[in-house]
Write a new protein. Structure first.
Lengths: 353, 258
């Protein structure tokens, strides 16, 4: 992207006991941060915003802002539910950042009105947050953050709690605004999300946090294709079996269902019990529980052998079958069956130490 | 049964007061000069108390709600002490500190010729001592619920602490500030023990309505009942006012939406 906008973001933040992460992003880049609850996502956002005490440099456009006051970081923060000031109108909320920086009332309100217009909520300028819908409030919150032209935009779960349709519309629009802001100002966006769709559609790169550390980093396609953590695997709709040293992922469509133990080369197989089944279009998705102690099927490599000594762990797997085979196998909750998957369909990622 | 007993215990004295009040001679009993003076002093000192609470108590509440300093827990506990202290004890403590020979009172008199005991200012001091904790704790709660997150967002938007306090934190805490004012005012209006101990009971300077009720009771019980009726009316008015303020209007609106 634009080389004139400098170095983008390079932070090595540490919030003791919470998160320790090296975060880099090129100017204009959108970086998605995913991870389970308690992985340190909020602490990372707080540390970058300067609202959570943290150690380590935060370099934005080449200057280390970690020592200075929050007010001078030039960071835009959109907290989970927008965090609008309830006593101010939408217009006053958006104008707030300009007024706080000494812009006169008239010009500040004009700029705020223009941004509300850009976000499609210009007609709601006079309303207070209590009278806005969830999606409208999120738009106002994004406008409030962008009006100050931040070097770094922090979006903490911007679509959480919204209706699916509202979220989809907002996601598409936000994508355009982020692209426009990136082009105009080189703003780096860090997007915390629980939704694979956000990461896959909005982000240039994905950073996976787990247990306060960076577990994986890469393009959305890379991370989705070879998830290094169980959380990301489930996020992208894959089966995930966690081992002591590896994470195996495979799509539900690669799983074969039999009533008796299948024979064949190079297959992983498990005796399983059906927990439930749902039909979506031409696919019946089965949810079954297996014991991971049975993970070593014929042809399984040596890496899984160590499991024999550990207690078997019950895990759940998804399997997609056709309605016809579901009928033929007479599947119903509680049914005993065998699940198997070709080894070639399994992606194995070695866990980071 | 115990519930009925409790209710009776609370209701009977008030009803008795209303029933036994000398309704026929109420107007002339309340028309005396002492009553007028006491009413003026009570209203004046209670309003002054609220003003002092606003000016000094608000910053203290902010410090307690927002700063993370060592010893703040202890400070909060000390602030709450006057809540549970018997008012007479508060009066003795005030005399010890601000009396003519007190720890602070003596140097104050020598340096500025300023004496607090047995003055109207002393009444205000006693009232502030007793009423401020109500105000501070009420406002502290409101400042907390106004949210540190709003503070954080305001800071990232470039707002200094003072700007954020003026434009965001305080406006969001307005219901709590109002509730605190009413509580402090009511406490001040009813304050008796600390006032009479520290400031005495001099008509025209330190005799408040409660002190006058006490004095009147020694001479003519019906006079005391007439005065008590006035204070009861004021208390009921406060209670009626609080019913609306007690419910945070902002939060109420947010819940409606959810």
């Amino acid at each position: 992207m634009s080389t004139a906008s400098g170095d983008g973001l390079h932070a090595r933040v540490r919030v003791p006991g919470r998160v320790e992460a090296d975060v880099r992003a090129a100017p204009g880049e959108v970086l998605a941060v995913v991870g389970p609850n308690g992985a340190g996502k909020s602490s990372l956002v707080g540390a970058l915003a300067g609202t959570v005490p943290a150690l380590g440099p935060v370099r934005l456009r080449g200057r280390d802002v970690s020592a200075g006051p929050v007010q001078e970081r030039r960071v835009g923060l959109v907290p989970q539910d927008g965090g609008l000031f309830e006593h101010l109108t939408a217009l006053e909320n958006v104008a707030f950042g300009l007024r706080a920086r000494g812009v006169r009332r008239g010009p500040a309100r004009e700029a705020a009105a223009a941004w509300l217009e850009r976000l499609g909520v210009g007609a709601l300028a006079g309303r207070r947050p209590g009278d806005l819908s969830g999606g409208q409030a999120r738009r106002v919150a994004v406008a409030r953050a962008l009006v100050t032209e931040p070097d770094l935009l922090l979006l903490d779960e911007p679509f959480a709690g919204l209706d699916v349709g509202v979220a989809a519309t907002l996601r598409a629009e936000l994508g355009q605004h982020l692209a426009a802001t990136a082009a105009a100002h080189g703003t780096v966006t860090l997007l915390v999300t629980h939704d694979a769709v956000d990461a896959l559609t909005l982000a240039d790169r994905v950073l996976v946090l787990e247990g306060g550390r960076v577990a994986q980093e890469g393009t959305p396609a890379d991370v989705a294709a070879r998830p290094a953590t169980a959380h990301v695997g489930r996020l992208v709709g894959l089966n995930v079996l966690t081992d002591a040293d590896a994470v195996r992922t495979f799509p539900p469509s690669a799983v074969t269902v039999d009533l008796t133990e299948p024979h064949g080369s190079a297959r992983l197989r498990w005796p399983a019990r059906l927990l439930g089944l749902t039909r979506t279009g031409d696919v019946v998705r089965l949810l079954a529980e297996v014991q991971s102690g049975h993970l070593e099927g014929a042809g399984s490599g040596g890496e899984g052998r160590g499991n024999g000594s550990t207690a078997p762990v019950v895990q759940t797997l998804l399997a997609d079958v056709t309605p016809a085979s579901a009928e033929r196998l007479d599947l119903r909750p509680g049914s005993e069956m065998w699940l198997s998957v070709k080894e070639t369909a399994v992606t194995t990622a070695t866990m980071r130490p | 049964m115990p519930a009925a007993l409790a209710a009776l215990l609370l209701v009977v004295p008030v009803v008795a007061l209303v029933v036994a009040a000398p309704w026929g001679t109420l107007a002339e009993r309340l028309a005396s000069q002492a009553v007028g003076e006491a009413l003026v002093i009570s209203l004046g000192t209670s309003l002054a108390t609220v003003l002092v609470c606003l000016l000094l108590g608000t910053p203290l509440a902010w410090v307690l709600a927002r700063l993370d300093l060592p010893g703040l827990g202890l400070l909060r506990a000390l602030v709450a002490v006057p809540l549970v202290l018997p008012p007479v004890v508060a009066g003795v403590a005030l005399v010890t500190a601000f009396g003519r020979t007190g720890v602070v009172g003596a140097p104050l008199r020598e340096a500025f010729g300023l004496t607090l005991p047995y003055t109207t200012a002393g009444v205000v001091l006693a009232h502030v001592f007793c009423a401020m904790p109500f105000y501070v704790l009420s406002v502290e709660g409101a400042l907390r619920s106004a949210g540190e997150r709003c503070d954080a967002v305001a800071a990232t938007l470039g707002a200094s602490r003072w700007y954020a306090f003026r434009r965001v934190v305080l406006p969001l805490a307005v219901p709590g500030v109002l509730a605190g004012c009413v509580l402090a005012w009511a406490r001040s209006l009813g304050e008796f023990g600390a006032t009479i101990t520290f400031a005495g009971n001099f008509p025209g300077t330190t005799q408040t309505m409660p002190s006058l009720v006490y004095t009147a009771l020694q001479a003519d019980a019906d006079d005391a009942r007439a005065l008590a009726l006035v204070l009861l009316a004021v208390s009921l008015a406060v209670l009626a006012g609080l019913r609306h303020r007690w419910l945070d209007p902002l939060r109420g609106r947010r819940r409606e939406r959810a």
